[in-house]
Design a binder for this molecule. Structure first.
Ligand code: CTP
Length: 406
């Protein structure tokens, strides 16, 4: 594959060298385009040596008839990857500004575009950046969500560039190229047009009093990635999200809820759906919250728990049961046995089981088992986006197949 790699001006630009090395190692061609900002962090010489390709830096380099014109340069690649994508570059892309070589190529290209944003956490979370991201997604651009973690500027939160192998996998996935793991499958574009897919994601919060809740460690990343992949395959997607701090994927209708009761009501209101994928980590128990803040001086509170509705089991027994009902099972032990039992007990068609004894919750990777009536299909460890793409590809195959569901 030919990758046109646009390198923006940020500290993460240093990772572009490693990214080029990895693409080359996997047999791909990389043509680097270095922005003026990027050139403060990495030199054209380094990039040219690693890519074994000329490095383009200025629109005016290309003016010579014997050189490659910018239109041609933007179209000879199979995919355009912007990495790192700065807030400034994203804003220009969202607005259609073309005032240098990189932005002109991005406007002129007719190829898929993938962006890997990296910036300070405040800049990433700023409504202006989030607005631009939503616009880019609506324009069909694939956005690789930044990772959480400690940043070069000393702050902590989302904004870090994911590791080069993850950027490479997401880029290749976008164009359906064979990726480092054979597990990664690109959903067929538009294959789910006309289908309504319902996804629940994130934790629920069960209030104890006006300031305290019972929560869990679910980040919502896997469910959001599934909603994004379903929308990219053309489905109408309703995403019912517990309390998470994640941007809404492009083309997805999101309903925010807090408690299990609210999630159950939102699911019921969103029916009918062709497929439901219940990824949320729903609290099994709730308490009747105190109307006033519990005081320490009153001693440890005696919380009286009552059961929450089981959304998956209720949906399985409902007259509106989706044609394909998929649950998740987060297990810390006997993963396959527990999940196999859960599939039967709850009446789901499939259970995606994962071992959450490590750092899956909140992390960027997942290793899952697909449990169906046919048994256990263990999938290779992959990014949550890759797991989502593979699941959506499997759903497409199943609902387009003439054979009964397994
Ligand atoms: N689920 C649900 N409603 C609930 C609890 C769970 O819809 N009140 C769904 C989850 O979204 C997930 C599946 O059921 O798709 C399995 O969730 P899990 O918490 O693993 O199931 P539990 O029945 O709570 O099993 P466990 O005894 O392991 O907690």
């Amino acid at each position: 594959m030919k990758i046109l790699l646009i390198i923006g001006g940020g500290i993460a630009a240093y990772k572009a060298s490693e990214l080029i090395r990895q693409f080359r190692k996997a047999g791909h061609q990389v043509t680097p385009v270095l922005t003026a900002g990027g050139a403060h962090f990495v030199t054209p010489m380094t990039l040219a040596a690693l890519a074994e390709s000329p490095v383009y830096t200025s629109l005016w380099d290309l003016k010579d008839e014997r050189e490659m014109g910018h239109i041609q340069l933007s179209r000879t690649a199979d995919v355009v990857l912007v990495c790192p994508a700065t807030a400034d570059l994203l804003a220009k892309m969202a607005a259609g500004v073309a005032d240098d070589l990189a932005t002109t190529l991005l406007l002129a290209t007719d190829k898929p575009v993938v962006v890997a944003p990296a910036m300070n956490v405040r800049m990433w979370l700023h409504p202006a950046t989030q607005r631009n991201i939503a616009q880019l997604k609506a324009d069909g651009i694939t956005v690789i969500d930044p990772d959480d973690g400690a940043m070069a500027c000393g702050e902590f939160g989302p904004g870090r560039l994911p590791d080069p192998p993850d950027v490479m996998a997401a880029t290749l996935l976008r164009i359906g190229a064979s990726s480092p793991s054979p597990a990664l499958v690109n959903p067929v574009a538009d294959a789910l047009i006309g289908h309504h897919i319902l996804v629940t994601a994130g934790p629920t919060h069960e209030p104890i009093d006006p300031v305290r809740v019972i929560a869990n460690r679910s980040s919502g990343k896997q469910g959001f990635a599934i909603a994004a992949a379903a929308a990219q395959a053309g489905a109408r997607v309703t995403l019912i999200a517990g309390p998470v701090s994640l941007p809404t994927p492009g083309g997805v209708a999101r309903i925010d809820v807090e408690t299990a009761d609210q999630m159950a009501a939102a699911v019921e209101a969103a029916l009918p759906a062709d497929v439901a994928i219940l990824v949320a980590a729903v609290a099994d128990w709730k308490v009747t919250p105190s109307p006033v803040k519990l005081k320490k001086g009153d001693g440890p509170p005696a919380l009286a728990f009552s059961p929450n509705p089981d959304i998956l089991a209720t949906l399985a027994a409902s007259p509106d049961r989706p044609r394909l009902l998929i649950g998740f099972a987060a297990e810390t032990n006997d993963v396959v046995a527990n999940a196999t039992d859960k599939r039967r007990r709850k009446g789901a068609d499939w259970i995606i089981a994962n071992d959450v004894s490590g750092d899956v919750m909140g992390g960027s990777h997942n290793q899952v088992h697909l449990i169906t009536a046919d048994g256990d299909d263990p999938w290779e460890v992959a990014t949550k986006e890759a797991v989502a793409a593979r699941l959506i590809a499997h759903i497409i195959q199943t609902i387009h197949a003439k054979t009964p569901l397994t």
